[in-house]
Structure formats: C-alpha cells, structure tokens
Design a protein around this ligand. Structure first.
Ligand code: HEC
Length: 159
C-alpha cells in the first residue's frame, strides 16, 4: 500500500516542480529590468548626519564663504537649480567647479560634507547614517522636497 502511494506521488512531485519552474521563468520574463535596481532614495529620507553638516559648515566657512555666503545656496535659488537632480550631480558639480579659484582641491570626503551642509541649510532632515563620498551612491539620491513614497497627508506640526 505504501509502495503504490510513493509511486504515484513522485511523478506528481515532478509535475509540480515543472509547474513551479515554468512560473518562475515566466516571472523572470515579465519582471521589468528596472526592478532589480536598488530603490532610489530622496533627500527627505534622512541621508546625512548632523555631524557631517556641522563639519561641512566649517569647511564652507574656511573655503567657500569668501566668495558667496551660505544664504545664496538656500531657499529658492537652490531649489530652482537643484531640485529634481541627484546628490551625485551636486557632488560632481562641486568637485569640477568649486572652489572657483582651485576646483577639485578638496578631498571627496570634504565635498560630501559640503553636500550635507547644503542639505541642512535647505531644510532636508538629518538621519543616523552618514552620507557616503561615493559618486554612484550619491546619484541614487534625488534632491527632493517631497518624499516619493510617504508624502504627508496633513501638514507637519513641527514646521
Ligand atoms: C573664488 C570664488 C569662489 C569660491 C572660493 C567658491 N565659489 Fe562657488 N561659485 C563661484 C561663482 C563665481 C559661482 C557662479 C557659477 C560659475 O561662475 O561657475 C559659484 C557657484 C557655486 C554654486 C552653484 C550656485 C547655485 O546656483 O547653486 C555652488 C553650489 C557653489 N558655488 C558652491 C561652492 C562651494 C561649496 C565652495 C567651497 C568649496 C565654493 N563654491 C567656493 C565662486 C566661488
């Protein structure tokens, strides 16, 4: 009795395995290529630390403020130029162009601190993980005023 049941079950298991494999390959076929990419983050997700922003403030005071005060990088001028772009774009711009008299003279870490500082003076929230001085990672963070996934349904009372 036992033997006949095993004999029946095993081809069934084979069929089940085939069906599972077919379903899996169909799923692969229809999966959009973009879905394999790591999710894009926004500057509203808390992508830099307060410590970084404070260090960036010191770098800015020492190397940038002689030509422009921080206020020219906050509010509407910053929004008009940078919203919708990525932190990688901003990082790349600073590395290529700033400080105007000696572009590229800072370390990547210092440029990342400046990016954190610019986020801070534009009201982006701080987080617990530091911003990496890594161009590819920075290109996956969009400069944004509204969180793409968790837009508040009512005004934040803290603002
Ligand atoms: C020698 C003067 C000078 C220094 C020093 C300098 N900048 Fe600039 N910066 C400029 C000028 C001039 C512009 C206008 C754009 C241009 O001409 O390329 C500018 C533009 C910018 C912009 C783009 C403005 C915008 O609309 O968002 C940013 C951001 C910026 N600077 C950041 C920095 C940072 C950060 C530092 C310090 C590492 C720095 N700058 C140091 C002269 C300077």
């Amino acid at each position: 009795m036992n033997r006949s049941r095993t004999a029946v079950r095993s081809p069934r298991a084979l069929v089940a395995a085939c069906v599972a494999a077919a379903v899996a390959s169909l799923a692969l076929l229809y999966a959009r290529p973009g879905e394999a990419q790591p999710a894009q983050r926004s500057t509203q997700d808390g992508v830099y630390t307060l410590t970084q922003a404070n260090q960036g403030k010191d770098v800015f005071a020492g190397l940038c403020q002689s030509c422009h005060t921080p206020t020219v990088h906050a509010g509407p001028p910053f929004r008009n130029r940078w919203f919708g772009q990525t932190l990688g774009d901003l990082f790349g711009y600073l590395r290529r162009e700033m400080p105007k008299a000696d572009p590229g003279s800072l370390s990547d870490e210092e440029y990342a601190l400046l990016v954190a500082y610019l986020m801070r003076i534009n009201g982006m929230p701080t987080g617990s993980k530091p911003l990496a001085a890594d161009s590819a990672a920075l290109h996956r963070i969009r400069i944004d005023s509204i969180p793409p996934t968790k837009a508040p349904s009512h005004p934040d009372p803290r603002r």
